[in-house]
Each structure stands twice: as C-alpha cells, then as structure tokens.
Design a binder for this molecule. Structure first.
Ligand SMILES: Nc1nc2c(ncn2[C@@H]2O[C@H](COP(=O)(O)OP(=O)(O)OP(=O)(O)O)[C@@H](O)[C@H]2O)c(=O)[nH]1
Length: 237
C-alpha cells in the first residue's frame, strides 16, 4: 500500500514510516480548516510488509482542547490573561532575564475608589468600567508586553527588556490613557500604578511584593499617579 498525504507541511509518504503518529492541518474545499491525526503501523503477511495508515478527523477534539486552554488561562470578564497564566509567564521571564542579564519590569495598577463605582452605578456598570480600562491599557502597550488581571480591580503587566525609567514612562502613559478616556458611568475613572524592575537576586514573590508596595505608595500619595521602587529600595518587610 502506498498513500500520500498532502498537507500544508508538504507530502508525507506512508510507506517510509511505521509506528508513527502526528497531526497535520489541512484546508477543506469550503475553506474551513481540518486537523487530521495520522497513525501508521506495519504487519507482515506471507512475507509482504503491509503498512496500515489511519487518518482520523480530530478537528472537534482540537477545538475542545483550545477552548479548555482558553478558559484555564483567560479572565472571563476582560479577556486578558488570568493570574495563573501570568505567573507562568513571569516565572519564565525572570529565568530568561537573569540568565541573559536583561532588564524586566513589572507594573501593577488598581482602579481608584472602585467600590464607589459599584455602589453608585451597580455591579454591571462596574464590570463595564473594568473592561473599558483594560481596553485602554491594551491599546497603549507593546505587543510583547504581558497584561493580566491579578484579582478584583487589580491588574499587572510584565514589560520585557524594560528598565525602571522606561517602565515609569510606560506606566505614566497608561495612567493618562485611563484618566483621559471618557467612560460612561462614571465619566472619569483613574488608576494608581506601582512600578519596579527585577533585581539580581529577586525571586518571583519579592518582585511582586515590591510592585505592590509601589502601588501602595501611589494610593497613599493621592491616587491617579505612578510610583516606582527600584530593586535597591529597602523592603517594607
Ligand atoms: N463590578 C465589579 N466589581 C469588582 C470586581 N472585582 C472586585 N470588585 C470590587 O472592587 C471593589 C474594590 O474595593 P476596594 O478594595 O475597597 O478598593 P477601592 O474602592 O478601589 O479603593 P482604592 O483601591 O483604595 O482606591 C470592591 O467593591 C469589589 O467588590 C468585578 O469583577 N466586578
């Protein structure tokens, strides 16, 4: 038996491989995508080698897997990354930055007096404010920056290849993007920002704690502002 499977990755000859397994993507005549699982096995019959090649349409399974992955990694309200996924990204980035001695910044931000928004306009209006604020930030960051919901009305950004001065500049741009945007209910919304960068011996929790401390400073200095703490800053414990 000789079969050729023509996929996007080119032709694959069934007669050359046995005990093989792989997946390939193809396009149907109607333009829709199909994912196919290929398995091959060989058997001998009267001295003749027979190759069995099994092709199965796994498009649905793939779609389900993608959906599960999306739900597991994404914040349902805002559509950005959730805390668990961000933690995985930052952990990797810390390793990479330390290994290659590259800068990396973390920015935490939190909407100001957000409880008042919920109390005055209701929870649905509060949700709208969260989504709009996130959209403003998404529009103002680089593609390589990672934006996630840390919890409640608190958000976090990972800025690769960014030193403290550049991160403060970015945070200031994001602060202005929220503060200057005409929201619906209420019309004006602000957020406070805490910025820090990775120190030479920082672990994940130390970095997050320092960003959180900087955010706390911004809240206590009057809100709608950016505060930064460098890795050399004394820890608040
Ligand atoms: N609508 C909505 N509200 C949320 C969500 N998550 C958290 N909140 C609300 O966010 C509010 C946070 O209130 P606080 O922690 O007191 O903070 P704040 O009022 O923003 O005050 P500061 O942070 O000090 O400026 C609470 O009322 C929470 O119920 C959400 O997904 N949707």
């Amino acid at each position: 038996m000789r079969a050729r499977i023509q996929g996007r990755t080119g032709a694959w000859d069934c007669s050359k491989a046995t005990g093989d397994y792989f997946e390939t993507r193809h396009r149907r005549k109607d333009g829709s995508d199909i994912t196919v699982e290929i398995t091959t096995n060989a058997a001998y019959y009267k001295g003749v080698k027979l190759i069995f090649c099994n092709c199965r349409d796994i498009t649905e399974r793939k779609r389900d897997q993608e959906r599960i992955r999306y739900l597991a990694t994404t914040d349902a309200l805002t559509g950005i990354m959730n805390r668990g996924e961000f933690t995985r990204h930052l952990t990797k980035e810390i390793e990479r930055a330390a290994r290659f001695n590259r800068p990396v910044a973390v920015v935490m931000y939190d909407l100001d007096h957000f409880k008042r928004v919920n109390d005055t306009y209701g929870h649905d209006a509060g949700d709208e404010v969260l989504k709009t604020a996130v959209a403003q930030v998404n529009n103002a960051i680089r593609r390589v920056d990672v934006h996630a919901r840390w919890g409640g009305e608190e958000f976090i950004l990972l800025l690769p290849e960014t030193d403290l001065a550049a991160a403060v500049k970015s945070a200031e741009r994001l602060r202005a993007a929220i503060a200057e945007h005409p929201f619906k209910q209420p019309e004006r919304v602000t957020a406070s920002f805490g910025v820090t960068t990775l120190g030479p011996r920082d672990r994940f929790d130390v970095l997050i704690k320092r960003a959180d401390d900087a955010l706390y400073l911004a809240k206590h200095a009057g809100r709608n502002r950016v505060e930064a703490l460098s890795p050399e800053a004394p820890s608040s414990g």
